[in-house]
Write a protein that binds this ligand. Structure first.
Ligand SMILES: [Zn+2]
Length: 466
């Protein structure tokens, strides 16, 4: 017997604790942290978990093994025992320079902000895990639920470090959700592969006016490398993406710098494309060093691997989503969204509410290729993995943006996270009792001949390198 497409205990949990869950999401939103340093967010999420059925929720640091840490960035908790093992996964990190008030216009707050809505991901995961645990207890469900709030997605490392910790190796399914500017959607997104690298150049310093002939400029090398890459751009597959950031350009204009550095993200549609692109970018670095009489040193700092998507799991979650009512935004919330639209696009907002805040997708059409990527891909080497997406953001706005920071601090984002959490909880609840479904997901997993994680990472990756 289901109400609103949900097991009655899952529904009851949300009826009781939805407001408290939103308070937690807002708290994480108001304390944005970047990279792998999501201590406040982890502590906030762990405190919630401890009072909602996971008294032993552990605060740990990804990459240091599954054990308590006093400098934590990850929350890990389990409930139940035996097979199947289902992980519900969240994220905690924010982005630099995207701070904004939760108002429908640009009102910058200095510093980072939740410009990708990961506070909402934290809330979707937490709500889902707590509601599911509640239902499992009430109904005596067999199996193990894992709750994992992961750090550092934006630096491509959190779920990879957790993979090295052994977090995913016993899982039968890993499921999560990410907000987006389209409507909620469980179609598996096939993203790009990233190879991220740091390039350092070592030259000779000199007085930039008095004796520049004695200098060998490492900044010249960085600039010539970047120039080479700009020409390279024309001659790579159209799905390749290359972006860089000069992280060190010397100390002062009047010193020829003996050290400069640049970080690169090389993205391709396949492992081969990304690898080929990375190797050609390295040649640009070698050429620049040769031209400037400097020395180049470089190495990978992380990769986001190919995401082996799982269609049967996506199909199952899409079916669950279709039985759950859509987010019910109020007239005031639509008016807020309209104002944000007009402030950002500088034109009149569409009259159709669905064009502002798109509804959940009602169909399932299979794999959806996209140009972004996520470290959820790392989990897909261990078990069938789903990364649902969409909802909680204004349609048409760019990702990684202050408009998303604004939405993520309001009911616009948080209502979407609550609904997504219900899909996760109900999807997992039904999977616990459906051996055939799990088998179907695993058949699809095995059919893809996925390399092992060890085969994927034959590179010595140091967590502190990035
Ligand atoms: Zn994100």
């Amino acid at each position: 017997m289901k109400t609103d497409g949900l097991n009655k205990w899952i529904k009851e949990w949300y009826d009781l604790y939805e407001d408290e869950l939103k308070t937690m999401m807002h708290d994480i939103w108001a304390h944005p942290e970047t990279g792998l340093d999501n201590k406040y967010a982890a502590e906030t999420a762990a405190a919630f978990a401890r009072t909602h059925g996971f008294p032993d929720a552990m605060l740990m640091r990804a990459g240091q093994g599954i054990q308590p840490s006093d400098n934590p960035n990850t929350v890990f908790a389990t409930y139940g025992s035996g097979k199947p093992v289902i992980a519900i996964v969240g994220e905690l990190d924010a982005l630099p320079q995207l701070g904004n008030e939760a108002v429908p216009e640009r009102a910058a707050i200095a510093g980072p902000g939740h410009g990708c809505g990961h506070n909402l991901i934290a809330g979707s995961c937490m709500g889902a895990a707590c509601a599911l645990r509640y239902a499992m207890e009430k109904e005596g469900i067999q199996g193990t639920l894992k709750l994992v709030e992961a750090p550092g997605e934006e630096v491509g490392r959190g779920k990879s470090l957790l993979a090295f910790d052994g977090m995913w190796k016993d899982c039968d399914l890993c499921i999560m959700w990410h907000p987006g500017t389209d409507g909620f959607n469980a179609e598996p997104q096939l993203g790009l592969v990233i190879m991220a690298a740091k390039f350092e150049f070592f030259g000779k310093s000199a007085h930039a006016a008095g004796a520049p002939w004695n200098g060998r400029s490492s900044l010249d090398a960085v600039q010539l490398m970047n120039m080479g890459v700009e020409f390279l751009r024309e001659h790579v597959p159209t799905t390749d993406r290359i972006h860089y950031q000069i992280t060190d350009g010397g100390g002062a204009p009047n010193i020829v710098p003996d050290y400069a550095a640049v970080k690169y993200f090389c993205r391709g549609a396949s492992t081969e494309d990304a690898k080929d692109l990375f190797e050609r970018v390295c040649l640009c670095a070698d050429g620049a060093a040769l031209m400037t009489g400097t020395k180049a040193e470089y190495g990978l700092i992380f990769q986001i691997p190919y995401f082996y998507v799982n269609v049967p799991l996506g199909e199952h979650l899409a079916k669950v989503s279709q039985q759950i009512p859509d987010v019910d935004y109020t007239d005031e919330e639509y008016a807020w969204a309209k104002k944000l639209y007009e402030s950002y696009f500088e034109k009149e907002a569409p009259a159709d509410k669905d064009e502002l805040l798109p509804p959940a997708k009602k169909t399932f059409e299979g794999i959806d290729p996209v140009l972004t990527c996520t470290d959820a891909a790392d989990m897909s080497y261990f078990c069938p993995t789903a990364h649902m997406h969409g909802g909680g953001m204004l349609a048409g706005t760019p990702g990684h943006h202050w408009t998303i920071t604004a939405c993520s601090g309001t009911e616009i984002g948080m209502k979407a996270a609550v609904r997504a959490g219900k899909v996760l909880a109900e999807g997992a609840f039904e999977a616990f009792g459906d051996e055939e479904l799990i088998q179907k997901c695993w058949d699809d997993f095995k059919r893809q001949n996925i390399p092992t994680y060890e085969e994927l990472y034959d590179l010595p990756l140091k967590p502190e390198a990035f």
